[in-house]
Write a protein that binds this ligand. Structure first.
Ligand code: GLA
Length: 712
């Protein structure tokens, strides 16, 4: 239940968000107490107990007496910065609002929309709060539209998408930090007085913090406690901030990061602040995640592959890096086809002068020296082997050593006369400009049209710096971060509209842009460049809090692992990659016969469990950040007839304690068998007493337990 009210002065106050309470009016929760140093709006007259600094706000403003973190900060046409928003009107309609040019969750009759119009009468600025309400899912989405009805331009210096005030200071803040090769590591802290925030100012959502955070009771765990999730459907700079105030109230805000943001809103223009998907669960973090999995699988991912079985692929990156040619690709494809792999993805290096990372980005024309048959010819040869073909692009980037850069040096993001920061020897194309997008799109279509390419990996391998666009006026330079993201969305939308049958996988140096915005265009995202199974356990664990398993790109690679040198069994690597989209990234021509046989049986195992992994409910059975002995997770189909439980021992111990796993999500009254063994367990038994894991010997051993209902 979510409740707010319009008070006597026309302010929109937040009353409640949490478990449902039937038909109760909760405005009695608000206390009016005189607190010094917290002033009153003029029309509160002599009532010293009325202060915006204390009252719970539905959308906090800067400059009119609320000193806590604000949702909106405007430079008005006269240079002043006060915003005073009062309620004007509201509407409710069936279906969910849409946001022009931005990704957002979609629904038909499953959701309703509430629009509340607030206005500042002094400046004629209108702020529309949008709420999408999913009746049966415990999901509320929020977004904001700001309209300048004044006669002159104003600058928006901060327009966040959600603001939520809680009456108490009793929450933990869970966020997901990381870096290249180790994304989305769960971190949990008690909130204390003052501000706590995570953010990105990199132009992408980033490896370093994810635009997904949770506020939960201090005692909340996987199965108990009130939890609030906030997931920002946006792929650029973001801010997620909490503040505990002077009287122990907690405020949460989330939206586009105000750092580097200054949007010139001309008279009669509108600005849309992207969507935040809020999920509430009173049953702990596990349920919260499962709600996100459902809503993102069913209401965010689009296209044929949102629901269709995805091909098991082999990618040549870790097999060859830049050192490949057509014959090498065909050798890999041919052996892959023999063992049941369904698609070959040709990664970076097939175009322009791309023989290393110094050159070629921007020149999306096949390198005939490497690929004499061209993309179409190679694709036909691969199709003749009985498998599909996919291709890598990095459309947003350019190397200075490229024909594109030589022809259009002003098409990249950099400040005139200043030397730009380079990263991986590349610069970022200014895709906020339509002519740049048109050019890149045209090149891509020339490669794809008339071929049978069935998958694209869209990469993005550096962060933004030197923000300046030759396409924007001086007043609008502060819009570039945002307009860049809108440009990326426009390009991706064009791509999926033109090639509706292609499976798009996003990537950004691994998982540097793993966010719900990207999931709107691609149902899967490469989780990390780190393919080591043991590091992946933590990466995939963190990712699972806010994103479905079907979205996590995961491959089996070789050992010693190229990223950290660790050795793990082929079996362990398979079991960990199965908790994702599943595929291979290794030189299959160098594997032993035994390993190739294992690929065959892993693919069979994955497909046997495909439905339960990709569409079932996901349960984290261990806290992998703190349990260093073993990790376990579980999938259960919605009918509770089938389950898969994966177990990985971590550091081996002599004379080790017996491990007992208690399963979750089964039907207590049903009977189950594990791995076709004779013993029959009731669901009740498996969930309460659990089953005993066979002893393992050595580090990093993994076992899959397939649990099937026994019919009498
Ligand atoms: C990024 C990706 C990798 C690979 C390389 C190619 O690092 O994450 O998977 O595609 O680029 O340059």
């Amino acid at each position: 239940m979510y409740q707010m009210c319009v008070d006597k002065l026309g302010y929109l106050l937040h009353l409640y968000y949490g478990s449902t309470i039937e038909n109760e009016d909760l405005d009695y929760l608000i206390r009016y107490i005189d607190r010094a140093c917290s002033g009153q709006p003029y029309d509160a007259l002599d009532d010293r107990t009325y202060s915006l600094d204390i009252l719970p706000q539905e959308y906090s403003t800067f400059g009119s007496g609320d000193y806590r973190t604000s949702s909106i900060l405007v430079e008005n046409s006269d240079g002043s910065q006060t915003v005073d928003l009062r309620f004007k009107e509201f509407t409710i309609y069936e279906g969910k609002y849409k946001l022009q040019g931005l990704p957002s969750v979609y629904a038909k009759e499953e959701a309703d929309t509430l629009e509340i119009i607030l206005e500042d009468k002094h400046t004629n600025m209108e702020v529309v709060l949008l709420y999408g309400v999913f009746k049966n899912l415990d999901v509320i989405t929020r977004a904001v539209r700001v309209k300048n009805n004044g006669a002159e331009s104003v600058y928006l210096n901060r327009v966040l998408s959600t603001c939520l005030d809680f009456y108490e200071n009793k929450y933990d803040f869970i966020s997901f930090y990381g870096k290249h090769m180790l994304e989305r590591q769960l971190e949990r802290r008690h909130l204390t007085h003052g501000k706590t925030s995570v953010e990105s100012v990199r132009g992408v959502s980033s490896h370093h913090q994810n635009p997904f955070v949770i506020l939960c009771d201090r005692k909340a765990d996987e199965d108990i406690g009130d939890c609030y999730g906030f997931s920002f459907v946006y792929s650029g700079n973001f801010l997620a901030e909490t503040e505990v105030d002077q009287i122990n109230q907690t405020r949460f805000v989330m939206g586009i990061n105000p750092t580097g943001f200054r949007y010139c809103l001309k008279s009669q223009e509108e600005f849309i602040a992207p969507e935040v998907v809020m999920v509430f669960s009173q049953n702990g973090l596990g349920e919260l995640s499962r709600i996100y999995h459902d809503v993102y699988r069913d209401h965010l991912c689009r296209g044929n592959y949102a629901k269709k079985q995805r091909p098991v692929l082999i990618n040549n990156w870790e097999a060859t890096y830049f050192d490949f040619d057509e014959q090498k690709i065909l050798d890999i494809a041919s052996m892959a086809a023999d063992v049941g792999i369904e698609m070959l993805v040709m990664d970076d290096g097939w175009f322009g002068k791309r023989n290393n990372d110094l050159a070629g980005l921007g020149d999306w024309v096949v390198n005939h020296d490497k690929i004499p048959s061209g993309i179409n010819g190679l694709c036909q040869k691969i199709n003749d082997l009985g498998i599909k073909m996919g291709l890598w692009f990095e459309p947003e980037m350019v190397n200075e050593d490229s024909d594109l850069y030589r022809a259009h040096p002003d098409w990249c993001i950099k400040v005139p006369e200043r030397s730009p920061v380079r990263a991986r020897y590349q610069l970022v194309l200014d895709v906020s400009r339509k002519e740049v997008r048109d050019y890149i799109f045209d090149l891509i279509t020339k490669v794809l049209d008339g071929t049978n390419i069935e998958y694209i990996k869209w990469d993005m391998n550096r962060n933004l710096t030197d923000l300046y666009s030759a396409g924007l006026s001086k007043e609008s330079q502060g819009e570039l971060f945002h307009r860049y993201v809108l440009g990326v969305y426009d390009l991706m939308e064009r791509l999926i509209q033109r090639y509706p049958n292609i499976l798009l996988e996003n990537c950004s140096g691994g998982g540097g842009r793993f966010d719900p915005g990207m999931l709107y265009y691609s149902p899967q995202i490469w989780c990390s460049d780190n393919t080591d199974a043991i590091d992946r356990i933590k990466i995939q664990y963190g990712t699972s809090f806010g994103y479905p398993i079907s979205s996590m790109g995961a491959h089996v690679s070789v050992t010693p692992n190229h990223g950290n040198g660790r050795c793990t069994d082929f079996k362990t690597r398979g079991i960990v990659a199965m908790a994702g989209t599943f595929g291979y990234e290794l030189d299959i021509t160098k594997l032993s016969d035994e390993e190739k046989d294992m690929i065959q049986s892993q693919i069979e195992e994955f497909k046997r469990n495909y439905d339960v992994i990709q569409y079932g409910d996901y349960y984290r059975l261990t806290d992998v950040m703190n349990n260093h002995d073993f990790a376990a997770w579980q999938f259960v189909d919605k009918q509770k007839t089938k389950s898969l439980c994966s177990y990985v021992s971590l550091t081996a111990k002599a004379n080790a304690p017996t491990v007992r796993l208690r399963l979750k999500g089964l039907d207590a009254s049903k009977k189950y068998r594990i791995n076709k063994e004779d013993k029959i367990y009731s669901g009740d038994l498996l969930m309460k007493a659990g089953f005993v894991v066979p002893e393992t010997f050595g580090d990093y051993k993994a076992i899959n337990f397939e649990i099937l209902e026994v019919q009498y």
